[in-house]
Design a protein around this ligand. Sequence first.
Ligand code: IVH
Length: 681
Amino acid sequence: MEKHPDLPGDEARARARSRVLREAIEHHNYRYYVLDDPEISDAEYDALLRELQAIEESFPGQRDPLSPTQRVGHAPLDRFAPARHATPMLSLSNAESADEVREFDARVRRLLSRSAPLAYTAEPKMDGLAVELLYEHGVFRRGATRGDGVSGEDVTQNLRTVRSIPLRLRTPAKTPAPPRLAVRGEVYMAIADFQALNAARLSKGEPAFANPRNAAAGSIRQLDPRITASRPLDIFFYGVGETTGHRFRTQWEILQTLPKWGLRVNPLIARCEDAEEAIRYFDGLAGRREALPYEIDGVVIKVDDLRLQEELGTIARSPRWAVAYKFLPRQATTRIRAIEVSVGRTGALTPVAILEPVSIGGTTVSRATLHNQDEIDRKDVRVGDKVLVQRAGDVIPEVVKIIESKRTGKEKKFRIPDRCPVCEGVVERSEGEAASYCVNAQCPAQVRERILHFASKRAIDIDGLGDKIVNMLVEKKLVSNAADLYALEAKTLAGLERLGEKSAANLVAAIKGSRRPPLGRFIHALGIRHVGEQIADILAREFGSIEALGRASEDELTAVHGIGPEIAGSVAAFFREVRNRELIRRMEKLGVDPQAPARRGPGTGGPLEGKTFIFTGALASMTREEAGDAVERLGGRVGATVSRKTDYVVVGEDAGSKAARAEKLGVPMLDEAKFLKLIGR
Ligand code: IVH
């Protein structure tokens, strides 16, 4: 036992006891979560935890951030900090059939010039949320969502609340945990937990989550870790990112080693001698799918040998060495009771089938999209039809087809009305477009959807501004655009139904608190057509302010890497509209001040400071965007046209005229290998 001569006797005893307790609890966590083989009952485990809590409460000096009691209670955040991944988190290309897996295998072996069978790992593809966790010297330091693959959100405090995530790694003598370990995995919610959570939410009048994946993702992206802590989340790890001090040779070795460090790996993984074995594994798992306590949407098949993985490399954002062999989407049959038309923020009218509720993969489905009139006609969907509905990997269920043999002759055809169901305004359908639009920009449904989008989590993120409140504000004509929100006063709001004085004050405070959004989110919030989160971030980084973006010509916009003519046209058109410029000006007057992203590129003093790069042709190991990011991170910039001022032209495969021009001007050219060396990869 350690000696603490300066502590009074009972405190020293307490310290020794709490250490024993912490170690015991960590051991039992490992038995329970990783080995799935507990040695004690839940009640005994709870007793240990309670004893430890009691000691820590009596002796606050003995609190330890790594204690198993410290998984809750961190203060809420305003928003998540961005977190860049040291190596990008890739996505997977899909295979829909055994033959496509065989094609994948043939391609891989062709690329490797190999005729002998190739070994793969086969892993259940968890349907949840991808995260990366960083352990330094065995201590959990940081965790981030996948985000766009390059950069996600720092959700460390939330991940700490997931009990199957160890706060400290085990470090067995034979395989000590490495000094730096980035591990990747999928956070998910078990189906039973998801159902219980939804039942509880419904009984409290809160909306249910559509499916376990949404519930898991929503819980991890909670700004208040105490809420996350109350959600039953779990994790399976499946890979490593940047790691020092430990070399793995195979994916199988990774999967075998992670559990030794206390990191939970799905026990259903398998190592397969060849592609046929992986296909048989898939068939076997498909048969067990319904019986599993969690949702999986397929099998991830990976080349086992990591050296071969490296040799194969990646194209676009997916590795050449892995494929997701997907299960058929989940489907069920039910009847269409009615068809409603909903109006989106762009005015698009979407027909929605109102269904007799049916359970698909643990989710009750009562509405399904019919997309548009063409789809209705193509599928010949009528009110009263018995239909096959699917909830694909996607969240919005859709009607796949009608069951013709169940037709009675009483079904009624449906046409999208030529007047908007909400405002009775004119509905138009432009040539070559599938969707019909309500052209009245003041249509309350559009106004409502635009404001909801503006306030939504992934845009400005105004807490408490849900659809009920927005509905009411629009109905009472208190707001007709996003700027109006910032002019709202608590005394106007108090007294509206469902808003007391306190919640009115809270809402106004939340709106006021949102006046300094990151520029990218603000641009996203404006709801410009074709401008999603990622594009908005690119625009923010490139232009640095709303004024500069508003001034940009279509040519200047298209010159930005990642911005095509369609997006450029849509952005320019948005800022040409007086109404939109007015809206932004009013928001600024009311104190809205979007914050430019932290500077990167020139002026940040990196090793490539002052150097201009031009890319031509495709790189095998990364996308252009990733390459450009790497240059900017090191202080350089990426240009569009080759001139004498260009420092390097990076020449990939199928390079175009830029390479010829560089040659003519005598600008140094780099092949991919040299470029990678220059950026330190
Ligand atoms: S490997 C190249 N393994 O699927 C490596 N992914 O489309 C990419 N996923 O975002 C990931 N289970 O969230 C891998 N055993 C598994 C997985 C898995 C689920 C998810 C992951 C990723 C997505 C890729």
